[in-house]
Design a binder for this molecule. Sequence first.
Ligand code: 4NP
Length: 163
Amino acid sequence: MSKIRVLFVCLGNICRSPAAEGAFRKIVTEKKLIDQFYIDSAGTAGYHDGELAHPITRKVAKEYSIDLTHFSRKFIVNDFEKFDYIFAMDSFNYADIISMAKSPKDKEKVFLFRKFDPSVIGEPDVPDPYSGGIDGFKNVQEICLRTSEELLNWILSNLKKLN
Ligand code: 4NP
């Protein structure tokens, strides 16, 4: 069976999308489903190409036993081919990704990540923690963990509908 390919996308690919990648990987691993998934993250800007996630992102992730080893990379048009699901961390990232889509099929793969957050209030954006303190990074990691639970359930329910 081919793997389910899931991509998380923010702006710099050093704070929010690596946190989401790590959270989703943790939950999928705990449910013993990791062999069925290919999980990655990317940024709409290439500001931090080749860098590990932000030191505070990694420190906070570690507190949840999540090891972030991803190196930042830019989102590219070929990602529409490579992935089944593309989750944007905020509405700007979403608009940037959609603007690169070449077909309706590409666009159908793109979702706002936080639409799956069971306790979101207001705009379904993951707030950018880059210029703030550690509390913002902790908030992001917690959003990513609870949203990833629901995301996985949704992906699995889609699979059932196909079968
Ligand atoms: P991210 O956060 O999109 O969650 O990775 C940011 C990282 C870097 C920058 C902005 C946001 N930056 O301007 O370099």
